[in-house]
Structure formats: structure tokens, C-alpha cells
Design a binder for this molecule. Structure first.
Ligand code: NDP
Length: 435
């Protein structure tokens, strides 16, 4: 901890995993041998670089770029790129650490990594975003490769930015290797990749509900965020018969007591994906929607909560509010959206709670499927990819049940996901000696 002093999010993520692992390791002490625990928390490599670029008025800007290559014991580093002013080494180390276990849970051969920059794409022209992406890649490209490190999108990095970055890597390397996933369909992307994280989160929650003899049909669902994950979580939840009550962004929350519909969601997608607007712009267009500035969605009465925006966006007080309002299931679409105290509230109240490394693994799993399709130089149909995604999410659910059974008969998805992911990575590291 001394070495990582001040890296709050990273220490929070490590403490969360170690809490789950400790009883397991006491029963299986071989996992504490050969310095395994010290090695598994330390990134194999963290690259930090300058990104200089020129804005539309000719002014030069300098941002900081990062790539944390956390663990490659089961495959090449894999994890998204985030562009957000809050990005720092602690946040990317936490994300890369989590990604390592999440990727292991998918059962696909992918190691863990994460990268990004403190660049803020909001308010930047398309030309500025393109120049920034290109400048970012002039450095990062030398650390990537189809068998080394394959990034993808994350907050602030959608299809447009992936296109700009993948295009620059191709130009610099003079190769058409798969060095990015989340690509557009016209240049090697996979059908269903945009939908995968949101759909996968709902598939996972569906399994949790089914295990408790329930279904989504007729349930009230609160969703935070209005980006990629939130949009498709909303779409799939509605398809399964749920009533989606909320979406949000960093400016506030929109509440729709009558529930989102396919048509309303299309308006949200237009506002967010094409106009780069705010949820308040959505509320101005849809009369059923009420905009609450500065509010998060967690005070709305809901049966299921799907936090799909960002880390630490649901705290202990909000968790208590959700529990008091009768929430039965919380599945994380975002990475670490619930604080550690909030998770304790859910687990104590026996709410079905899934950590992101299990419930949002559908995105990276489908990225793995994109890599396979690229390597085989073919494209699977939407139905084929969706079927594989569903199967992977069901497999993760089963792994969580296997490792998360508690003495009182309940399931801790936190323990289940942490232990199942850890065992896979740890076995591979032990087999490969001290490296
Ligand atoms: P997007 O950029 O598409 O959307 C992010 C959403 O979260 C936006 O609505 C954004 O609002 C909101 N948000 C971001 N930062 C904050 C903040 N500090 N406070 C409040 N709201 C915020 O990103 P994604 O949907 O791709 O990612 C969302 C989460 O899901 C992240 O945690 C990401 O790591 C995780 N994830 C994403 C995967 C993917 O495939 N995309 C895969 C697995 C996990 P605003 O527009 O105001 O910033």
C-alpha cells in the first residue's frame, strides 16, 4: 500500500478482491506461495506518455496518455481506452486489475489492461477529436499488437474514436492486424459489440433473478448513465418486459414514471450518440420525462438497479434508500459503480448483487469474439454472436454460484466472481513460474 499511496481507487479494488480471497486462500495455501499475491496485484507494465495536439484555433494542448498492461498470463492484454478529465494512474490501475479477473471469467484467452487520457472530448469538434486520437496513437501503437495488447472503447471512446485510433495504428504499422475491438462493421467490427455490455448485464441479472425464481417481467428498473452500456441495458430490460424508469448523465437524471419505450430510447440515442447532448436535452423533447438536475437515480422506487455510468456513483446512503424501497437485484453495468460500503449494505440485506467484473463482462467477451472472427477472416451473424454472449454470461453465473455459495445457503456473487477469476489467473501464473 505504501508504494501505491494516494491511489484510492486501485487500493479500493485490491482490498475488495482480497477480502473475498482471504478465506479461500487460507483453505488453499498454495495460492499464497511463490509471491503470487504480490505479483498478481502489481501491473506487469504501466506506460505513461505525452500527447501533444493542436486545436482548431491553432493552440497547442498537452494531455497525458496511459496504458496499464496488468497481466498477460492467460492471453494478450485486453481492455478499453477511457477519455475523461478524471483519468489518472489510480483509476486505470484499478480498471486494469479488475479487467484481468473479468477477462478470466469469460473463459476466453485474454489478459487484462486498461488505458486512456485526461483529454475531455466534450465540446471538442470532430476534427479536434480526430487529431487527439491520432496523436494518442502515434505513441501507443508501438506497445500494441494482435498477440500483445488489443484495446477497445470505454467512457468517452465510442465507435468514432475507435475508428480514428484503429485507422492511425494501421497507417503506422502498415498492417491490418486486429489491434482494436469495437471497430465499425465496415472495417472488421463484430455485430452485437455495441449492444454486448448492456445486453450482457441484463442477461446476467436475468440469471440471478431466475435463480431466485423471479423474472424481469413487470419489474421497475432504474438505470444510471445514458451512454453505450446504459442504452443497451435499457433496450434489453424493456425487451424482457421490465419498466425502465430512469437514465442519467453527469448533469442529472431523467425520470419517466410511465417507463421508457423503444421510441423514447431512440430519442435518447439520437441526443447522446449523434448530437453529443445532455439528458436535459432529451427531457426537452419527451414530455413524459422529468429532469432532476444534479440528482442520481437511486431515490426512485425500483425493483432492479443497473448502475451503468462510472465508478463510485452509488454510495452507502443511496444503497440504503434502494433497500428501503424494496430493491431485489443490483447488477453493475459500469466498473465499480457501488462503493464498498454500498456493497456491504446490499449483501447484508441479501439483495442479489453482482459486481461489474461478472455482470458487465459481456462487452469484453464479445470483443474476444471479434478477435476470433478477425483471425478467421469471417463474420458471424447477429444471432450467432448473441447466442455466444448469452452462453458466456450463463457460464459466468454458474462459476459465481460454484465459488460464491455461503454457509447460510445464499450466494455471494462478489466472492464467486473474485474467486473464480482469481483461480484461473493464479493457476496460469503458477504454471509459468516466477516471471
Ligand atoms: P459512455 O461514455 O458511453 O457513457 C458513460 C455514461 O456515464 C454517460 O452517461 C456519462 O455522462 C456518465 N458518466 C461518466 N462519468 C460520469 C461521472 N463522473 N458522473 C456521472 N456520470 C458520469 O461509456 P460506457 O457506457 O462505455 O461506459 C460506462 C461504464 O461501463 C464505465 O464504467 C465503463 O468502464 C463500463 N464498461 C463499459 C464497457 C463497454 O463495452 N463500453 C464494458 C465494460 C464496462 P456524461 O455524458 O455526462 O459524462
Amino acid at each position: 500500500a505504501q508504494r501505491d499511496a494516494g491511489q484510492t481507487e486501485f487500493l479500493q479494488a485490491v482490498a475488495d478482491v482480497m477480502d473475498s480471497l482471504w478465506p479461500f486462500i487460507q483453505k488453499h495455501p498454495r495460492y499464497a506461495e511463490h509471491g503470487l499475491l504480490d505479483r498478481i496485484v502489481e501491473p506487469e507494465r504501466a506506460i505513461l506518455f505525452r500527447v501533444s495536439w493542436v486545436d482548431d484555433s491553432g493552440e497547442v494542448h498537452v494531455n497525458r496518455g496511459y496504458r496499464v498492461q496488468h497481466n498477460s498470463s492467460i492471453g494478450p492484454y485486453k481492455g478499453g481506452i477511457r477519455f475523461h478529465p478524471s483519468v489518472n494512474l489510480s483509476i486505470l490501475k484499478f480498471l486494469a486489475f479488475e479487467q484481468t479477473f473479468k477477462n478470466a471469467l469469460t473463459t476466453l484467452p485474454m489478459g487484462g489492461g486498461k488505458g486512456g487520457s485526461d483529454f475531455n472530448p466534450k465540446g471538442r469538434s470532430p476534427g479536434e477529436v480526430m487529431r487527439f486520437c491520432q496523436a494518442f496513437m502515434t505513441e501507443l501503437h508501438r506497445h500494441l499488437g494482435p498477440d500483445t495488447d488489443i484495446p477497445a472503447g470505454d467512457i468517452g471512446v465510442g465507435a468514432r474514436e475507435v475508428g480514428f485510433m484503429a485507422g492511425m495504428v494501421k497507417k503506422l504499422s502498415n498492417r491490418a492486424d486486429c489491434v482494436f475491438t469495437g471497430k465499425g462493421l465496415s472495417f472488421g467490427g463484430s455485430l452485437m459489440r455495441p449492444e454486448a455490455t448492456g445486453y450482457g448485464t441484463v442477461y446476467f441479472a436475468e440469471q440471478m433473478l431466475r435463480h431466485a425464481d423471479r423474472s424481469f417481467d413487470g419489474l421497475r428498473v432504474s438505470i444510471s448513465g445514458s451512454g453505450n452500456v446504459a442504452q443497451y441495458a435499457a433496450e434489453k430490460a424493456m425487451e424482457l418486459g421490465a419498466k425502465v424508469m430512469t437514465m442519467s448523465d453527469s448533469s442529472g437524471t431523467v425520470i419517466d414514471e410511465s417507463g421508457f419505450t423503444t421510441e423514447k430510447l431512440a430519442v435518447m440515442m439520437e441526443v447522446k450518440n449523434h448530437l453529443y447532448g445532455r439528458v436535459s436535452d432529451y427531457a426537452e423533447r419527451v414530455s413524459d420525462a422529468r429532469f432532476e438536475p444534479g440528482q442520481r437515480p437511486w431515490s426512485v422506487k425500483a425493483d432492479v438497479a443497473l448502475p451503468c455510468a462510472t465508478q463510485n456513483e452509488l454510495d452507502e446512503k443511496e444503497a440504503r434508500r434502494l433497500v428501503d424501497n424494496g430493491v431485489v437485484c443490483v447488477a453493475e453495468g459500469a466498473n465499480m459503480p457501488c462503493t464498498a460500503d454500498a456493497v456491504r449494505v446490499f449483501e447484508h440485506a441479501k439483495v442479489l448483487y453482482a459486481p461489474g467484473k461478472a455482470s458487465n463482462a459481456g462487452g469484453v467477451a464479445t470483443s474476444g469474439l471479434e478477435m476470433s472472427q478477425n483471425a478467421m477472416r469471417l463474420s458471424w451473424t447477429r444471432e450467432e454472436v448473441d447466442a455466444r454472449l448469452r452462453e458466456i454470461m450463463c457460464g459466468i453465473h454458474t462459476a459465481c454460484l460454484r465459488h460464491g455459495q455461503q454457509e447460510d445457503g445464499s450466494v455471494s456473487y462478489v466472492d464467486g466472481a473474485n474467486i473464480a477469476g482469481f483461480v484461473k489467473v493464479a493457476d496460469a501464473m503458477l504454471a509459468q513460474g516466477v516471471t
